[in-house]
Design a protein around this ligand. Structure first.
Ligand SMILES: [Zn+2]
Length: 80
């Protein structure tokens, strides 16, 4: 009888570990999916001077709303 109880306990612990590991795996997969979704959604803009595409947050925008990849290109673009 005691052996049966021990056996049931081992199975119980095994099931709990299995469920927890599945939950962790599902959670990680969901997070990776979210990461993959958010990255390409970042808007890309084009440098007015050299035509390089870059993420909007890294771009430099002047008063006229023109977009540049660097301060150097902003300055070069307006030089004759
Ligand atoms: Zn540029």
């Amino acid at each position: 009888m005691r052996a049966l109880l021990f056996f049931a306990l081992v199975i119980g612990v095994f099931l709990v570990v299995l469920i927890i590991s599945q939950r962790i795996r599902a959670f990680r997969a969901k997070q990776e999916q979210e990461d993959a979704h958010t990255q390409p959604e970042e808007p890309m803009v084009k440098c007015q001077h050299c035509g390089t595409h870059l993420p909007q947050k890294e771009a430099i925008v002047n008063e006229q709303g023109e977009i540049f990849c660097s301060q150097q290109h902003l300055e070069l673009h307006h030089k004759p």
